[in-house]
Ligand binder design. Structure first.
Ligand code: GTP
Ligand code: SPV
Ligand code: MN
Length: 642
C-alpha cells in the first residue's frame, strides 16, 4: 500500500517513474524533506550541463576559460566553515556499540533517526531533491554495487557525475533488489547541526549541513569505504577457504598504481592517510635512475576486490571513476600526470563527465579570461596589469595577502583524462595487488622504508602506523592511523585487526607489505627526503628486496635497506650517504618512547580511548597475535637501544 503523503501530483508522478522497489523510500524522504520538486538524474550529460549552467547563473560556479583546462571547468567557493571532513560528527549507528568499536562515534540508531528526522523535516523547502544513481567501479565487475543518493545540492550532483559512474547507475540498479541509500542535504551548513551518519544494517546513510567531499559525496567515503568496508568484513569472515567466492573481501583507503618493469608491471596499493601522498604517488613520474620505469595510474583513494580463484592473489580495482584531489602542492614536479590530465582533457570526457570543478582556490581574472591559482604549484602568484585576484573567501587580494587558497582546496575530475591510465583500469577482474605500502607523516620515527619479518608483524606495525595532522579533517592531532583507515573503518577495530591477520588464510599469495615514510625531518623541521618522483627509487628497492636481489638489515621496526640499495644521485635534498643512512633507520630516541606509546594505544583499542571516549562505541579484546607482536617489538627495542 502506498503510504499517505501530502506530496504534489508532480512529485508523485516523478516518483512513480522510479524502479518500483525504491519508490516508497523516495516518497518517505520527500515527505519529510518537503522539496518543491523532485528530479531524477538520468545519467545523460545534457541534464548535468543544465545544472552547471544554473549553478553558474546563481553565482555558485564561475566558468573558467576553456583554453586553460578545457570546457565545463568551474571554480566554486565553499562556506568558510565547510572545508574539510568532520570526524567529530561522523557517527556509526549500530544496535550494539561494540560493533562500532572504540574509535567511532556511536549513537543508538533509533535515537539518531529521531534527531535526524527533526533536522531533515522541511529542510528542502524551496529546493529540488535530486535522485542520483551511482555505482562503484567498474560497473560490470562482480564487486560493483549501485546505490542512490538523494540530495538538494546541484553541486554534489555535478561532483558525483565526474566521480561516481553515475551514467551506469540505473542500468545496474534495475537488477539489484537491495540497494544502499544515502540522503543528503546541505541544510543550513550549520556546524553545530552537521552530521554524517551511517546505519549499516539498513544500508542507509544520512548526512546533513555540509556540502564538502567526504561529508557529502555518498559513494566516496560514506558508502564506498565505510559501508562497503562492512560488507567486505562480513564476506571475509564467512569465507572458509581460499577458493570460496564470497564477493568483495577487501576495501581499503589506498591509491593504486603500477610500475612498469619491461616484462611485467608491479602493482602497488598505497595506504597513506588523507593528504599524505596517495594522489601524488598514483600520478607522479619516476625520475633519475627510475626514469625508464613508467608509472601507470589506476586510482588515488579507495580500492576494493577479492582473492582470485585458482590464482591465490588479491585482485583489486579503484572503486571510483574520478579524483577529488588536494590542489595545494599539485604541480608538474609533484604529480605531472594529473597536471597533464587537467591541461589535455579528452574531448569525449569533456562532452560527458565534464571538466574539473575547483573549490577554494584563488580565482584569477586576466582581462576577462578566468582561471585558478593555488599555492606550491610552481607558478608565481599572478599579478600585474589586467589581473584581478580573489582569495578563497572571495576577497580581492594581491601577492602579499596571507590568506590565498584554502589548505584543503580540492579539484574534482574524471580519472579518464589521466594520460597514463593503466590499461587494466576498469578491467572487471581488477589487477593483482603485489605490494601494499602503509605510510604516514612521521618526522622522526619511521624509516624511509621497512619490511616486517612476518605477516603478523606487518599487521602490528600497520595497526600502529603513526601520522601527523593534516588539513583534510577538522581539528586533527598527531595520532595512530591504522592502515590510513582510522576515520573510515565503520566497525570494531579489533575485527579489523583480525581481518588483516587472517588474510594469508584466505589469500594464499597476499601482497608484500612495506611501511614507508616520505616525511622525515631534520632538527630544523626541514624534510630530509626529496619525496615525489624520488619515491619510486624507494619502491624499486622494495621490488629488489622482494626478488631477493638485495639483503636488508634488521631493526626493531623491520628490515631496512642499506644505503647502497637506494641511488641518491641527482637528488636535491638527500645528497649525502649520511643523510640517507639517518632516514633508513628509526630514530633511537623516538623508538624508545614508541614502545610505551604503542602499549598505550593498544590498551586504548582494547579498553577505550583514554581521553575523548565519550560518545564512542565500545571496545573488545584485541587478537592475542597483536599483543605477541608488541611483546616481541618491545624486546627488540630494548636490545637495540641498550
Ligand atoms: P586525500 O585526497 O586527502 O586522501 O590525500 P592524498 O593522500 O591523496 O594526498 P596528496 O597526494 O593529495 O598529497 C597531499 C599533500 O602531500 C600535498 O601537499 C603534497 O604536495 C604532499 N606530498 C605528497 N607526496 C609527498 C612527498 O613525497 N613528500 C613531501 N614532502 N610531500 C608530499
Ligand atoms: C580524504 O580526506 O581522505 C579524502 C577527501 O580523500 S574526502 O573525500 O573528503 O574524504
Ligand atoms: Mn582520501
Amino acid at each position: 500500500m502506498t503510504p499517505q503523503t501530502t506530496l504534489s501530483d508532480a512529485i508523485e508522478s516523478t516518483i512513480a517513474s522510479l524502479p518500483a522497489h525504491m519508490q516508497d523510500w523516495v516518497r518517505r524522504e520527500a515527505d519529510l524533506c518537503k522539496p518543491d520538486s523532485v528530479e531524477i538524474i538520468t545519467g545523460k550529460a545534457d541534464q548535468i550541463i543544465r545544472l552547471e549552467n544554473e549553478l553558474e547563473a546563481s553565482g555558485a560556479y564561475t566558468r573558467l576559460d576553456e583554453n586553460v583546462y578545457g570546457k565545463r571547468c568551474f571554480h566554486a567557493r565553499s562556506d568558510k566553515n565547510d572545508v574539510a571532513r568532520v570526524e567529530e560528527r561522523t557517527v556509526i549507528c549500530t544496535e550494539d556499540p561494540v560493533d562500532a568499536g572504540p574509535l567511532n562515534f556511536w549513537v543508538d540508531p533509533e535515537e539518531m533517526h529521531g534527531r535526524l528526522d527533526k533536522l531533515f523535516d522541511g529542510v528542502m523547502k524551496g529546493r529540488t531533491m535530486y535522485v542520483v544513481p551511482f555505482v562503484t567501479n567498474p560497473a560490470d565487475s562482480q564487486f560493483a554495487t549501485a546505490g542512490v543518493q538523494l540530495t538538494d545540492s546541484a553541486n554534489v550532483v555535478c561532483n558525483l557525475y565526474r566521480m561516481s559512474n553515475l551514467h551506469d547507475g540505473w542500468r545496474i540498479l534495475e537488477k539489484q533488489a537491495r540497494f544502499p541509500r544515502i540522503t543528503h542535504s546541505y541544510g543550513t551548513l550549520s556546524k553545530e547541526d552537521r552530521w554524517i551518519t551511517h546505519f549499516p544494517k539498513e544500508l542507509y546513510c544520512r548526512t546533513i549541513n555540509s556540502d564538502y567531499g567526504g561529508n557529502a559525496l555518498g559513494p566516496k567515503k560514506i558508502f564506498g569505504l565505510r559501508l562497503v568496508g562492512i560488507q567486505a568484513l562480513e564476506n571475509a569472515q564467512k569465507k572458509s577457504q581460499p577458493d570460496e567466492d564470497v564477493g568483495i573481501e577487501v576495501v581499503e583507503h589506498m591509491a593504486l598504481f603500477g610500475i612498469d618493469y619491461g616484462d611485467r608491471r608491479v602493482h602497488f596499493g598505497a595506504a597513506f592517510p588523507s593528504m599524505c601522498g596517495k594522489t601524488n604517488i598514483a600520478t607522479g613520474v619516476a625520475e633519475g635512475p627510475m626514469a625508464k620505469n613508467k608509472v601507470f595510474t589506476l586510482g588515488d583513494d579507495i580500492i576494493g576486490g577479492a582473492t582470485k580463484k585458482g590464482d591465490g592473489r588479491l585482485y583489486v580495482n579503484n572503486i571510483e571513476a574520478g579524483m577529488f584531489g588536494v590542489t595545494k602542492g599539485m604541480s608538474d614536479f609533484a604529480n605531472k600526470m594529473l597536471m597533464e590530465a587537467l591541461r589535455n582533457p579528452k574531448p569525449e570526457v569533456q562532452d560527458c563527465e565534464g571538466g574539473p570543478i575547483f573549490t577554494n582556490q584563488v580565482l584569477v581574472d586576466n582581462n576577462g579570461s578566468k582561471r585558478v591559482w593555488w599555492s606550491e604549484s610552481g607558478e608565481d602568484f599572478p599579478e600585474g596589469d589586467g589581473f584581478t585576484t580573489w582569495n578563497w573567501l572571495g576577497e580581492e587580494i594581491d601577492a602579499s595577502a596571507e590568506e590565498k587558497d584554502q589548505k584543503n582546496a580540492r579539484v574534482t575530475m574524471p580519472i579518464r583524462n589521466v594520460p597514463n591510465l593503466d590499461s587494466d583500469y576498469n578491467n572487471n577482474d581488477g589487477v593483482p595487488l603485489d605490494v601494499a605500502l602503509i605510510g604516514g607523516r612521521s618526522s622522526k620515527l619511521h624509516p624511509l622504508i621497512s619490511r616486517a619479518r612476518s605477516w603478523n608483524e606487518a599487521v602490528y606495525h600497520a595497526l600502529c602506523q603513526f601520522s601527523e595532522p593534516t588539513a583534510a579533517a577538522v581539528g586533527q592531532k598527531p595520532r595512530y592511523d591504522p592502515m590510513a583507515n582510522r576515520p573510515f573503518i565503520a566497525f570494531n577495530i579489533s575485527d579489523y585487526a583480525q581481518k588483516w591477520l587472517d588474510i594469508p588464510e584466505k589469500t594464499p599469495k597476499p601482497p608484500a607489505v612495506f611501511s614507508v615514510n616520505w616525511f622525515r625531518r631534520d632538527d630544523d623541521g626541514n624534510f630530509i627526503w626529496d619525496g615525489f618522483g624520488a619515491n619510486y627509487r624507494v619502491l624499486d628497492a622494495a621490488v629488489r628486496q622482494l626478488e631477493r636481489k638485495d639483503t636488508w638489515v634488521e631493526t626493531p621496526i623491520g628490515l631496512v635497506p642499506k644505503p647502497e640499495h637506494i641511488d641518491i644521485s641527482g637528488l636535491k635534498y638527500t645528497t649525502t650517504t649520511e643523510q640517507l643512512a639517518e632516514i633508513l633507520v628509526p630514530d633511537k630516541e623516538a623508538l624508545k618512547s614508541e614502545v610505551a606509546n604503542r602499549e598505550g594505544w593498544l590498551n586504548e583499542l582494547e579498553n577505550g580511548l583514554e581521553t575523548g571516549s565519550e560518545g564512542r562505541g565500545a571496545p573488545k579484546k584485541l587478537p592475542q597475535a597483536i599483543w605477541d607482536e608488541h611483546e616481541a617489538f618491545k624486546n627488540r627495542v630494548e636490545e637495540y637501544c641498550a
